[in-house]
Design a protein around this ligand. Structure first.
Ligand SMILES: [Zn+2]
Ligand SMILES: [Zn+2]
Length: 134
């Protein structure tokens, strides 16, 4: 089943042909700042399976791992759509951009050591202090 999504103003739309490789919450400092809240909820999919329309702006920063991670967002409404660079061949969609947010289920929480007291990960998730190995 294809996942579809887009930005707040509707200028950016996307479709993903394959099932997600992973889904989870990231509490790293970059995700906190760029999301505007305590964490980002993200869905990893194969880059080759993402079909996207509309203009995006990009911002690249260096992650803890040393990888250059580029975050793509709508220049009109500012909604974050996806990022890439953390894992080769993968893109990471912002789960809040999905048309139906129930099409994905978070499995893990990353960088839980940095989760603020007012935004703690839910029980039952796989917890990683930082980035999981591999
Ligand atoms: Zn927009
Ligand atoms: Zn993060």
């Amino acid at each position: 089943m294809a996942m579809t999504g887009g930005c707040l103003c509707g200028a950016v739309r996307y479709e993903v042909a394959s099932a997600p490789a992973f889904a989870g919450h990231c509490y790293c400092t970059d995700c906190r700042r760029s999301s505007g809240t305590g964490h980002a909820t993200v869905v990893g999919v194969a880059e080759a399976d993402l079909k996207l329309t509309g203009e995006l702006k990009a911002y690249t920063s260096t992650a803890d791992s040393g990888a250059a991670v580029t975050r793509y967002f709508c220049p009109t409404c500012g909604s974050g759509i996806y990022s890439k660079g953390a894992r080769p061949g993968m893109v990471v969609l912002k789960a809040g951009s999905l048309d139906d947010p129930e099409t994905m289920k978070p499995m893990a929480a990353l960088y839980v050591a940095r989760a603020p007291s007012w935004d703690r990960p839910a029980e039952g998730l796989m917890m990683f202090e930082a980035m999981p190995p591999g």
